[in-house]
Design a protein around this ligand. Structure first.
Ligand code: KG4
Ligand code: ZN
Length: 364
């Protein structure tokens, strides 16, 4: 699409985890994206007593909120349904109850107003989200670090992804959330740990760095989390400083792991005209972002991250991914399934699954 083509007006819907979100964007291809509305109804309060997302509660909360959130997004954008060019909704991967709620709502809008539908892979939303701040040309190396995912992908174009490495157990965001839970903090843990770490001494507690210096660019965080639990249990009456020091030690360990693995991923990606992108909720962490940025600079790679608000789950990135697919001629019909698991690189996931069936693990 060229800059002179008329924009596409897109309604995006996201319900794969604990945010009920809807957004309306004007997509103008290489000329950029106008975000006309961006509504997020977070469920943190309903899950807080359980210190984590409870799938059944999430699905019910999405069902109660989704119509209101869509209406609010349309109203805030001053848009009417008849003017929409496209409805895009997350169809997976994620908590299946929530995904079904959002996808069904999108199908209802598409059917009632005779609009095309694109069923979006949530990971593709994260993967393309850095393009919200300007056109990042393909190909680029993507580090996707969120609550459910931790992987390196070579992004060759829309819909063209090659997985270079992935976590063998927990995702990085999951490790943040579990560490916060161990220390009796709230949920989600990432922002709380980051705030505590800023006033802590990262050298006081020794923590392991699993897979550091190993070949390839896979991750492992389970051993780090267990070490945090052991250290925490060893403290007689932990005070605020203990919390800050342990948070700082944990964040420094995650940083070392991300930097080490990213250096290898850059080598594997090996593009002369190198571009690197970090996306997903953990990319909101300023300290980790800064470390990755300086590594990229050292390697001669251009570094991009989405604006902070679009690191964590949102519907703007889903609308964007839908628009990019639609512009390439992609349309789904009303039988598009909701998918709890949906790897971006299906071939790599089939050849080297990052989890075994039935075992709790990273979603892709
Ligand atoms: O992308 P996201 O909103 O949802 C998934 O698709 O998983 O990511 C949420 C994850 C949570 O695990 C949360 O603790 C983490 O991102 N996170 C952070 C920060 N903000 C959110 N982790 C570290 N530092 C942060 N500032
Ligand atoms: Zn996400």
């Amino acid at each position: 699409m060229t800059a002179s083509q008329p924009p596409i007006l897109v309604l995006g819907i996201e319900t794969s985890c604990d945010e009920t979100a809807a957004a309306v964007i004007h997509w103008r291809g290489d000329a950029g994206v106008d975000i006309l509305s961006d509504v997020i109804w977070g469920q943190a309060e309903v899950h807080a007593p359980f210190k984590g997302v409870v799938p059944e509660i999430a699905a019910r909360a999405h069902a109660e909120a989704v119509d209101h959130v869509i209406k609010a997004a349309m109203r805030a954008a001053n848009a009417s349904y008849k003017d929409l060019d496209l409805v895009a909704a997350t169809a997976g991967p994620g908590l299946i109850g929530g995904v079904m709620v959002g996808l069904s709502a999108a199908k209802a809008v598409a059917l009632a107003h005779d609009k095309p539908l694109v069923a979006v892979n949530h990971l593709e939303g994260h993967a393309l989200s850095p393009r919200l701040s300007g056109a990042v040309a393909f190909p680029y190396l993507l580090l996707l670090v969120s609550g459910g995912h931790c992987q390196f992908l070579a992004v060759d174009g829309v819909g063209r992804y090659r997985r270079l490495g992935a976590t063998k157990d927990d995702a990085a965001g999951e490790a943040f959330d579990k560490t916060a839970r161990i220390m009796g903090l709230g949920f989600p843990g990432g922002p709380l740990i980051e705030a505590l770490a800023s006033s802590g001494d990262p050298r006081r507690f020794p923590l392991p760095r699993p897979l550091l210096a190993a070949p390839g660019c896979d991750f492992s965080f389970a051993g780090l989390k267990s070490a945090v639990a052991r250290l925490w249990q060893g403290l007689a009456a932990p005070n605020e400083q203990d919390r800050s020091d342990l948070a700082a030690a944990f964040q420094a360990a995650v940083g070392d792991i991300l930097v080490d693995r990213t250096a290898n991923a850059i080598g594997l990606f090996g593009d002369a005209d190198g571009r690197m992108v970090v996306a997903g909720g953990v990319a909101a962490n300023q300290a980790l972002r800064a470390r990755l940025q300086s590594l990229a600079a050292k390697k001669g790679f251009n570094f991009t991250a989405p604006p902070l608000r679009y690191c964590t789950d949102n519907a703007v990135m889903i609308a964007l991914a839908g628009a990019e697919r639609f512009a390439q001629g992609w349309i789904d019909d009303l039988s598009a399934p909701a998918r709890p698991r949906w790897p971006l690189d299906e071939a790599a996931a089939a050849a080297r699954p990052s989890h075994r069936p039935g075992r709790k693990g990273a979603k892709a």
